[in-house]
Ligand binder design. Structure first.
Ligand code: AMP
Ligand code: ZN
Ligand code: ZN
Length: 428
């Protein structure tokens, strides 16, 4: 083991020693009857991989040979339909809970809790690690409760104690950690002796999201570079599994959280043309506005914004159309503004202060848009081979993962019947 890998593993174990729940006896549930894992007497193992911002059609850019090979060999969905709002934390947490954002409570990347006045944002390390923001039961909690060990590396929510449980192995999010080091850490976790070895692991790569925000979603050298980075990381993982003779025992579920739309500096809405942003109390900006005006300003703000711009739909939170599936949670802002595909909403000060902004890619828009469609590839011994399926919503995946791991799912919004789209029957 190289020194750097050893240090990473030691750091991960140290974090666990400092903060992880004591893992129960590592007996674990039996493998799913008829599965390859059961046949070989092994515990099933699943690696959930997120390629943030990888739009469903980025495979067609022709620069991701490993992902294309896995898509052709396993189950490949036409696209994964994200949940609204099509942002990172809401959707990652939907995938691991089977609940929509309005059900699990991570209703945006930037949230105000109206009860406490506290704020959540991705850069607020304290909030990201605070279990009170996370509703539902993430799959690593389901698995740890069943006696498995888990290692959800960098998955949103994985740093928090949720329902009194922390994953056996986790690491504080570090966007600078190299993709290869992330892959090697996961492989080292798989090399642990059986009682310590995790059965559920995750990988997270932000490169494509970064690249597509910057260069936009159309084919370009910059986006191709980012796509190449994540493709090589997945290739490194697959090779590492093959070298360890694990490729027949480990399942891979490769997803993204949302797609990406091209933005333009000619498609920008300036909020101060209609209301005073201070009075509107903007908690979340483009392309979805989250407004928490005080009660005395709320009506006037709503009236001033409703119908004011043809590319910005404004709703009181009770009136958000059903198709968004975004109602019923107290953290949904009093007034929500939804920009049309490819539009941005900001202030002139922000716009003029950043000449490179609003001219690349963005996401957050309505989840049914083609541009917001995400990636879904399932590959490994549990999954069907060479199978194309139609578009599927991301909250169905929690049940699929539970089935692969032989876990009893917690309450969730997924349709259990969708599991059959993915799983290989024993005879296949
Ligand atoms: P978004 O623009 O909604 O796709 O957010 C993407 C950004 O989320 C990434 O560039 C990361 O900086 C950030 N992010 C991803 N995972 C985490 C995490 N576990 N903790 C904090 N920030 C994260
Ligand atoms: Zn994202
Ligand atoms: Zn993004």
């Amino acid at each position: 083991m190289s020194l750097s890998r050893f240090l990473l593993l030691a750091a991960a174990l140290a974090i666990c020693a400092a903060g992880c729940a004591v893992a129960p006896a590592p007996s674990g549930p039996p493998a799913r009857p008829g599965s390859q894992a059961a046949d070989s007497g092994q515990q099933p193992t699943l690696i959930l991989i997120s390629l943030d911002g990888f739009r469903w059609d980025f495979l067609e850019h022709g620069v991701t040979p490993t992902l294309s090979r896995l898509a052709a060999a396993g189950v490949h969905a036409d696209r994964l339909i994200p949940s609204f709002p099509t942002k990172t934390f809401p959707n990652h947490y939907t995938i691991v809970t089977g609940l929509r954002p309005a059900e699990h409570g991570l209703v945006a990347n930037n949230i105000l809790d109206p009860r406490t006045g506290e704020r959540f944002s991705l850069s607020n390390r304290k909030a990201v690690r605070d279990g009170k923001w996370y509703g539902g039961v993430p799959i690593w909690v389901t698995a740890e409760r069943a006696g498995m060990r888990t290692a959800p590396l960098f998955w949103p929510g994985s740093e928090a104690e949720i329902l009194g449980i922390r994953p056996s192995y986790s690491l504080a999010y570090d966007g600078d950690m190299r993709p290869d080091d992330r892959v090697d850490l996961v492989l080292e976790w798989l090399d642990l002796p059986a009682p310590e070895r995790p059965s559920f692991l995750t990988l997270y790569f932000e490169d494509v999201d970064d690249g597509a925000h910057r260069y936009g979603p159309d084919p370009s050298e910059g986006l191709a570079r980012a796509l190449g980075i994540v493709d090589r990381a997945v290739e490194r993982l697959v090779e590492g599994l093959e070298q360890r003779d694990l490729s027949l025992r480990v399942d891979l579920l490769i997803v993204s959280d949302h797609g990406m739309s091209a933005t333009s500096r000619s498609r920008v809405i300036f909020l101060e043309d209609y209301v005073d942003p201070e009075e509107a109390n903007v908690v979340d900006w483009s392309p979805i506005l989250g407004l928490w005006p005080s009660p005395e300003h709320a009506d006037a703000i709503y009236q001033a914004l409703a119908g004011a711009h043809p590319h910005l739909a404004i709703y009181r939170r009770e009136e958000i159309p059903d198709r968004y599936q975004f109602s019923g949670h107290e953290r949904i802002p009093l007034i929500v503004g939804i920009s049309d595909d490819g539009w941005s909403v900001t202030t002139r000060a922000r716009f003029n202060g950043c000449p490179a902004c609003f001219d690349g890619g963005e996401h957050g828009y309505e989840q049914s848009l083609d541009s917001m469609g995400a990636l879904l590839i399932a590959y490994g011994p549990s999954f069907r081979r060479q199978t194309k399926i139609g578009p599927i919503e991301n909250f169905h995946l929690y049940n699929v993962m539970c089935a692969v791991l032989g876990l009893e799912p917690a309450h969730n919004s997924g349709d259990p019947a969708r599991v059959e789209d993915f799983l290989r029957s024993p005879s296949q």
